[in-house]
Design a protein around this ligand. Structure first.
Ligand code: GP9
Ligand code: MN
Length: 632
């Protein structure tokens, strides 16, 4: 038999091509990245190449074949693991992994039910390149691949690698200007520079943020402070202090979106209790209220509520900046004599809450240990909402008053599993099991909230409380657009996806009698000033980026963490400006001034957090005479 002759460095070439193609096929099968044109497809295709040329090329410096082989295998295994982990992570978070989240392994134990639900047998595919490279090493005769390359050839190889990188970056820059400087969307990064380069970039960004804290000296505070003062919205005198002295019960409604409120699913009312509440004279119900969370999900919503700042891009601020100084709503209420606490029947370390709550000045965390989870009282992620509310109200009875309790619900969480007896309406019928179960799970949440109100009334706490309820973030991601389109009976566009980020907000003040439905465009960042003003607590000197929802000066403008925004006229998403009401594409001019402003808002928020600027404010305030000066 004639022996096949193999070119020099066959294994190197095979390794590059195998990992390259595995990566590309992985992109196409495991991630739903929106590709608009042929050029974007081409960039996606070529983006793993520069990194792979470089990393595999390092083998050209190795003298022994054995060492080279081990190196090839290692690189292919590591790149496969990177792609595989991103794919699993993506199914859950609809996002790519970022380092700070990865290092918090404590979270992953609790995520395990969702993660295993997200594993697929076909994921083995991510290791195809490993197998191919192994076979190449085994079957290609050794002597034909032992030679060391000439120095000049090696140089040429790396010049070519750099050239590929430059071409990639220039094409990316043409497609998406300022990609690397702004980087508010990880998907765009991966689409343009590839997963591997993205992870290197992420590493760079994370180290930069650590350096930023070290470099900040407080002078930035003046600039940010001026911006915040200029945006301050004075309270409406008719609402200021209307809930003064009451207990505050703030409830985070897990994954609850507005599209289910006052709606039916196959003839079944989804949220009967909440629907009634929207018409209740003691309730303000907000129809155009948006979540502004990022990767930190529930914890981001907590962060926004407490600080009226944006969470961080690409990581959960609860993890990355739990050492910062904050001027939280809890600490402010604590100063006003409130007993401040969070109630959540989950492990205390989840989302790093145990650490972060200290930084937020929360007096007590009623975590899982404070609850008794009886037989049949847990489902999905943990304790069911109904027993959770029952026991929480029992605990509230013993709290010193006034108290500020933040309750975090859990049952209505992906994958939205329920016990049979808690399924009060049938499932929906679409291609998305997630959406199908969502309606049932939301129906259960509605029942739980009804129970809470009953419990509060029975306990005697109700009349002297103000109850604030808000959806923490979306529950149905863009991966379910098709099923959503079926339910809403329309094709889901990026415009719809933006508007689907609306979450319900209820402000319920027993005995108030002058509640109404409010259509003002607003976001979670507005909660802190709104609540504090209702309690009669001034926020004029606070470093907050939101504005009181009831203020005549409140602007209908909400910025999403990823740079999208909504005003009363326009919805800006995927570089396109849409009419808020009709969803028709409109002149980009309408969005233009707001693009700059949304960037500024996000940048200032990042500056405060990354530089830990509030520590300087605290220092100033503690200087003798400073407060007196401020009061003048
Ligand atoms: C976990 C709960 C859910 O304690 O807050 O977190 P999420 O996954 O929605 O961010
Ligand atoms: Mn949540």
């Amino acid at each position: 038999m004639k022996k096949a002759t193999w070119p020099k460095h066959s294994v190197l070439i095979i390794a590059i091509v195998a990992t390259w193609l595995t990566t590309y096929v992985g992109y196409k099968t495991s991630f739903s990245m929106k590709i608009d044109n042929l050029m974007q497809e081409f960039i996606l295709f070529m983006n793993p190449l520069s990194f792979l040329l470089f990393v595999y090329g390092v083998a050209l410096f190795m003298k022994s074949t054995k060492r080279r082989n081990i190196y090839f295998m290692m690189v292919s295994i590591i790149t496969s693991i990177i792609m595989f982990s991103n794919a699993v992570f993506y199914r859950f978070f609809n996002d790519f992994i970022t380092l700070p989240v990865l290092f918090q392994t404590s979270n992953f134990g609790d995520l395990s039910s969702s993660i295993t639900a997200n594993l697929k047998v076909t994921d083995i595919f991510f290791f195809t390149d490993v197998l191919i490279i192994y076979l190449a090493i085994r079957f290609i005769p050794e002597r034909e691949r032992t030679e060391q390359p000439k120095k000049i050839a090696r140089k040429l190889y790396f010049v070519m690698t750099a050239a590929v990188m430059m071409v990639n970056l220039s094409l990316a820059e043409i497609q998406r200007p300022q990609l690397l400087t702004r980087s508010f969307d990880r998907e765009l990064l991966v689409k343009n520079i590839g997963t591997y380069n993205y992870h290197i970039y992420d590493l760079f960004i994370q180290s930069k943020s650590h350096a930023q804290r070290a470099l900040a000296d407080g002078s930035e505070l003046v600039e940010v402070g001026n911006y915040i003062n200029a945006n301050y919205a004075a309270p409406d005198p008719t609402k200021y202090g209307i809930a003064k002295g009451r207990n505050i019960i703030a409830i985070s409604l897990e994954s609850l979106q507005s599209f289910v409120i006052n709606q039916e699913m196959d003839g079944h009312v989804i949220t009967p209790f909440l629907n009634e509440l929207t018409k209740d004279p003691d309730t303000f119900y907000f129809t155009n209220f948006y979540h502004q969370t990022g990767l930190g999900k529930t914890s981001d919503s907590e962060f926004i509520l407490e600080n009226s700042l944006f969470p961080r891009n690409g990581s959960a601020v609860f993890f990355t900046h739990s050492g910062n100084t904050y001027q939280s709503m809890a600490s402010k209420l604590g100063d006003a004599g409130y007993f401040t606490n969070v109630m959540h029947a989950n492990n205390r370390s989840f989302w790093n809450r145990d650490i972060m709550y200290g930084a937020l000045g929360i007096d007590k965390f009623y975590d899982l240990e404070s609850y008794e989870v009886g037989e049949g009282q847990a489902v999905n992620w943990g304790m069911k909402d109904i027993p959770f509310f029952d026991q929480s109200v029992e605990l509230m009875k013993d709290m010193p008053q006034p108290f500020y309790s933040r309750l975090i619900t859990l049952t209505n969480h992906h994958p939205f599993d329920l016990d049979e007896e808690d399924k009060l309406i049938p499932a929906y019928n679409s291609n998305s099991n997630t959406l199908n179960k969502y309606f049932q799970s939301v129906r259960y949440m509605d029942e739980a909230i009804k129970t809470l109100f009953e419990d509060l009334k029975e306990s005697g706490l109700y009349d002297n409380s103000i109850i604030i309820m808000y959806g923490d973030h979306y529950g149905i991601s863009e991966n379910h657009n098709k099923a959503m389109g079926m339910y809403l009976d329309k094709k889901i566009t990026p415009y719809d996806n933006a508007k689907l980020q609306r979450v319900p907000l209820f402000i319920h003040i027993p005995g108030y009698g002058q509640g109404e439905t409010v259509d003002e465009v607003a976001g979670q960042i507005d909660l802190r000033p709104t609540i504090l003003h209702l309690m009669g607590i001034d926020t004029k000197d606070d470093m907050q980026l939101g504005a009181d929802l009831f203020s005549p000066d409140h602007e209908p403008f909400v910025i999403f963490r990823d740079g999208r925004f909504v005003t009363d006229n326009a919805v800006y998403t995927t570089d396109v400006c849409y009419d808020t009401e009709t969803g028709e594409e409109i002149d980009a001019e309408v969005c233009q001034p707001f693009i700059e402003r949304s960037m500024t808002g996000l940048d200032y928020s990042d500056m405060i957090i990354n530089g830990d600027l509030l520590r300087f404010k605290e220092e100033q305030e503690q200087k003798p005479g400073f407060n007196e000066q401020m009061k003048k």
